[in-house]
Design a protein around this ligand. Sequence first.
Ligand SMILES: Nc1ncnc2c1ncn2[C@@H]1O[C@H](COP(=O)(O)OP(=O)(O)OP(=O)(O)O)[C@@H](O)[C@H]1O
Ligand SMILES: [Mg+2]
Length: 223
Amino acid sequence: MEPIISTQDLKKIYRVGKVDVPALRGVDLTVQEGEFLAVVGPSGCGKSTLLHILGGLANPTSGRVLVDGNDFATMNEDDRTRFRRHKIGFVFQRFNLLPTLTARDNVAIAQHIQGNGFNPHRFESVVELLGLEEKLKHKPYALSGGEQQRVAIARAVICEPKILLADEPTGSLDSENSQAVLNMMRTLNRTFRQTILLITHNQEAAAVADRIVRMRDGRIISD
Ligand SMILES: Nc1ncnc2c1ncn2[C@@H]1O[C@H](COP(=O)(O)OP(=O)(O)OP(=O)(O)O)[C@@H](O)[C@H]1O
Ligand SMILES: [Mg+2]
């Protein structure tokens, strides 16, 4: 079967003034559809850089990335934006909800932006899975951190993205809320066969995944 993600000798060098900062030094990674993969490693080892490139938010300096059969290098900016909207869901450490909208609208707006209109069946199943039924009328200030992150996850998966990319989604949560969010990601993976790539510092977080990729100094050191 064709992998959903594959990279070949992926390198990223940031240039800061006259100094080159190598963030990725040759990453070969293959992910199959339906996998729940955790990427772990010390601060600065290149995890977020890798995730941004896989999501089409940044360009590699060299190497190849194929996501669901698409090569970003051959796409223009419009194609890439469309691709991201339809195929990728992002979750970050900061929840980035729109403060003036209710939980319901924060989730539903993603369907409108994507352009396929509101899908009530999908909405209900995602809201139920993330345990948000009672919180839909709340605005972000009236939600706990864990609830806000669950809304952010609902927003990220509502349009049935091929891949969910999560960068330290439990990074600002206490251990109880972290565990709840991780359990829900696992259920998402099982229920919808959602492909998930989870970046984390946290060994417990990594334990909910099926596969753990360890990075160090811009390279994968074990898989
Ligand atoms: N925009 C940038 N400009 C210059 N250097 C950068 C930039 N973004 C990241 N870096 C550098 O690239 C390296 C990898 O950074 P990255 O953010 O990918 O690490 P990380 O593994 O996600 O770390 P953390 O766990 O702290 O989030 C680091 O040395 C970092 O300082
Ligand atoms: Mg990071």
